[in-house]
Ligand binder design. Structure first.
Ligand code: CA
Ligand code: CA
Length: 105
């Protein structure tokens, strides 16, 4: 299992596989993620992200959220803003989550 260390954040990243096939475009996935913006402030907080990852059937969502934030929260404010959403989508796809669970939106 190749292990890459993120340059900026120092997060450990376990890359399981590449090129997971996803039946959605990144733009669609970004819109799906924003469905979890419970307070509609235009960014995803830890609570919003927890709900999003729980809906994918993720175990230990708190840990996954920390990892996702570590990866995608480029300015380190603890929120995923619109600018950072694309990094989050790429991260979720790379982790091999079954995003078709969001297909009902
Ligand atoms: Ca929010
Ligand atoms: Ca941020």
């Amino acid at each position: 299992m190749p292990i890459a260390i993120e340059k900026s954040s120092g997060c450990l990243s376990f890359v399981r596989r590449k090129g997971v096939r996803v039946p959605y475009t990144e733009a669609q996935l970004e819109r799906m993620l924003m469905q979890f913006d419970g307070d509609r402030d235009g960014r995803l907080s830890k609570q919003d992200l927890t709900k999003a990852l729980e809906s994918l059937g993720s175990s230990f969502p708190a840990w996954r959220v920390w990892r996702a934030l570590c990866h995608a929260d480029e300015d380190g404010d603890g929120y995923i803003s619109k600018d950072e959403l694309n990094s989050l989508v790429k991260y979720i796809v790379k982790q091999g989550y079954d995003v078709s669970k969001w297909g009902g939106f």
